[in-house]
Design a protein. Structure first.
Length: 170
């Protein structure tokens, strides 16, 4: 899927070199000495200070002949992904991650670490989507975020603006 989201077919993989914290980039995976998969994990945070562009430039300098496939790994929600996409990264969100992991479970992957992570993401997803079924007084921060994301479809803005609008109506 990491290849497909960037419009590349999955090659026959002959080699993978994993470099953690390459110039502060969370993970750099070099596949077949042809592709550089840049993975920036923003679990509960978001990008800042032009870091995504800097990471791409550092990889370009060190590996000028590799095709870059930048991934913005995100299990929680954020207001928008404009700057992520502007930097050429694909937002690999919880929904997509769950799709991959569920396919793995269906295909018989049963390693305890894999299953623990899948269950963790399923619980997180349930908490995030609780705004659909729980009373408002029982919402946690995740449920509010997903509610704001739904509002964003009808308003041009971000969560700060939507929080202000919701507070103004209370």
């Amino acid at each position: 899927m990491l290849f497909n989201v960037h419009g590349y077919p999955v090659p026959i993989i002959k080699s993978i070199e994993i470099i953690r914290q390459f110039q502060a980039l969370d993970i750099l995976a070099i596949v077949n000495d042809t592709y550089a998969i840049l993975i920036e994990d923003k679990t509960y945070t978001k990008n800042h200070s032009d870091q995504l562009n800097r990471y791409r430039e550092e990889v370009r300098i060190a590996y000028p002949d590799l095709v870059q496939l930048p991934i913005y790994y995100k299990i929680a929600d954020q207001s928008h992904y404009h700057s992520v996409q502007d930097a050429g990264y694909f937002p690999f969100t919880r929904e997509r991650i769950l799709e991959v992991l569920e396919r793995g479970r269906e295909n018989g992957v049963s390693h305890p670490i894999f299953i623990d992570y899948l269950v963790h993401l399923e619980k997180l997803d349930s908490s995030i989507n609780a705004y659909r079924t729980k009373p408002v007084v029982d919402w946690d921060g995740f449920a509010w975020q997903r509610f704001y994301m739904g509002l964003q479809k009808h308003f041009n803005g971000n969560w700060r603006i939507l929080r202000f609008l919701v507070a103004a109506t209370e």
